[in-house]
Write a protein that binds this ligand. Structure first.
Ligand code: SAH
Length: 205
């Protein structure tokens, strides 16, 4: 998976590659889907949601410029896989999920697999997780119509936020927001396809 899907497409960050070699991706999908777990596409995790394609997880993790010890907020826990990758890269991860069953399954799974530096919350993540702000990095793994204001507010300075944004559902561009010296700059990376970010600062459910 790492060699053919990730290194071959240009991801070079050694910490990302090591984390993706170490994480048991099959543990994050149901047993019937184990044969697909390492394939080059998203896999259903129930409730209309998916665990992202391995390459997209790698690309976003590399774009996030993670250093060990950083505090990272993730919106859209899903299976917990992305959070596990960031934890394996040495980060302390705060992750928020809005579907109760997915929240519960991910929290149990991460605990069972020993990811003690991942904290999971059941809530509307477009509001962030104010109690533990500010965050060095924020990653949103669902696509919204705009960048949620609370997330920009909860981003540290310096800090980096990455989120798929699209004017219609199902197709977005990866938006990268950098906060530095009190200033906010924005750039865009390629097109992506994520499930919907639903919430007060996302799409309406
Ligand atoms: N990062 C996940 C991918 C999850 S798919 C993984 O590694 O498996 C996106 C997830 O975002 C879904 O589980 C969906 O329920 C969740 N989501 C959508 N809107 C949300 C919101 N406002 N707050 C928290 N989670 C949200």
């Amino acid at each position: 998976m790492v060699r053919e899907q990730i290194e071959a497409r240009g991801v070079r960050d050694p910490a990302v590659l090591a984390a993706m070699r170490a994480a048991p991706r099959h543990e994050f999908v149901e047993e019937a889907l184990w044969p697909q777990a390492y394939e080059d596409h998203p896999v259903p995790i129930g409730h209309g949601q998916t665990i992202s394609q391995p390459y997209i997880v790698a690309l976003m993790s590399e774009t996030l410029e993670v250093d060990p010890g950083m505090r990272i907020l993730e919106i859209g826990t899903g299976s917990g896989y992305q959070a596990a990758i960031l934890a394996l890269m040495g980060a302390e991860v705060f992750t928020v999920e809005r579907v109760p069953q997915l929240y519960e399954a991910a929290a149990n799974r991460l605990h069972r697999l020993g990811f003690e530096t991942v904290h999971v919350k059941f809530d509307d993540g477009t509001l962030g997780w104010p109690e533990y702000a500010p965050y060095d990095r924020i990653i949103v793994t669902a696509g919204g119509p705009k960048v949620p204001v609370p997330l920009v507010e909860q981003l540290a300075d310096p800090g980096l936020l990455i989120i798929p944004v699209g004017s219609t559902k199902r197709s977005q561009r990866l938006v990268i927001i950098r906060k530095q010296g009190g200033r906010i700059s924005k750039r865009e990376k390629g097109g992506v396809m994520f499930v919907d970010l639903i919430g007060a600062h996302g799409w309406q459910g």
